[in-house]
Design a protein around this ligand. Sequence first.
Ligand SMILES: Cc1cc2nc3c(=O)[nH]c(=O)nc-3n(C[C@H](O)[C@H](O)[C@H](O)COP(=O)(O)OP(=O)(O)OC[C@H]3O[C@@H](n4cnc5c(N)ncnc54)[C@H](O)[C@@H]3O)c2cc1C
Length: 384
Amino acid sequence: MPLDYDQTLFGDEHEIFRRSVRHFFETQAEPFCEEWDAAHSIPRAFWRKAGEAGILGIGVPESLGGPGGDFMHRIVIAQEMGYSIAGASIGPAFQRDQMCEQLMDFGSDEQKQRYLPRMVKGECLMAFTVTEPDSGSDLSQIRTTALRDGDHWVINGAKTYISGIADADTFMVACKTDPEAGARGISVIFVDRDTPGLNIGRTLKKMGCHASNNGELFFDNVRVPAKNLFGPENGGFKVLALSLNRDRLMWSIISHAAATRAFDLTLAFVKNRKGFGQTIFDFQNTQFKLAEMYAELMVGQAFIDRALQTYLRKGEVDMMEATVAKLWLPEMEGRVIDQCVQLHGGAGYMDEYPISRLYTAARLHRIFAGTTEIMRLQIGRSLR
Ligand SMILES: Cc1cc2nc3c(=O)[nH]c(=O)nc-3n(C[C@H](O)[C@H](O)[C@H](O)COP(=O)(O)OP(=O)(O)OC[C@H]3O[C@@H](n4cnc5c(N)ncnc54)[C@H](O)[C@@H]3O)c2cc1C
């Protein structure tokens, strides 16, 4: 089953772009992912090639060195990365490219000039740093502070679980600039890697997505110029919330695409593998399981198409649809890929079969970019 999206939502230029993105992941990422997973890193050359292929910084205009393009080009990348087995290795590190979009929305002219021309070439990699040892889902509880001292911000605190930390050149850091004001006291500040007082901690060992490394950051009286404030002072929650809606939709689409790939791999596997004098596909149990998965994938795609129609009509991602998508699609992906592993038998547990990597990556999709429980919480509150 190929990705069976509503093609009327995309123009010819998106479909041409899709072919080049698919080719890029197939030739420049998939063959190397095992090596990158083992090294817990993605070589800089990959990012430069992605920049040359025009798939970094969608939406950044040519005047800033970008490829231009619109939100639907970004959707194409999410679909193709999710469908590629490479997504299971590089996904979280690759998605940080969405920071170009945030910069276009909230960056000052000077910040756009400083970062975007290098980001679109893969020469400046960013990391998005919100989560702390004592706060994740509850953003209002972050403790990292940035206090004003003349023309500088002085930052103290710690961050953890940060994706792509090993090669990040610049960190987009959520801080409390008014520590007493809860969510209304948060601002986002750029900190470059070589700033004195910024210390990179351990690379954390984890279950999957190994190439997309994760780690800790410590801020010990880190001084950055006042102009590094990104978006309004104490308006960081708004900066983060806007990108969060888009991010939820993107990760829902990635989850669906990865589940589709898992289904395709499994269908091929069961038609080939034999037992008890027939193929595994020939067992009615297998066909029932495949039928359930097929139905879940089709229903999921219909909801994604609806959310994209809404986007095209309103010019923005609908918050409730993005939340429903992020609640349901990664959970659906989990159900589907779990069955796919089962139908692979022992092979499903072996890393040399891509289904194993898709399984561990899928587990992440229910946790980050907002956990399933936070999606339930927000939908529940809206029903009051
Ligand atoms: C591989 C990976 C990559 C990541 N990359 C980044 C990154 O690049 N940058 C970054 O800033 N962060 C990153 N994170 C962190 C991620 O965003 C958080 O782990 C996630 O938001 C959950 O926060 P937490 O781990 O603190 O869990 P907690 O918030 O402590 O939640 C623990 C459990 O309690 C549940 N829970 C919490 N609040 C409620 C509630 N009100 N009602 C019901 N249940 C609740 C949660 O759903 C969860 O099941 C990454 C995490 C992983 C695993």
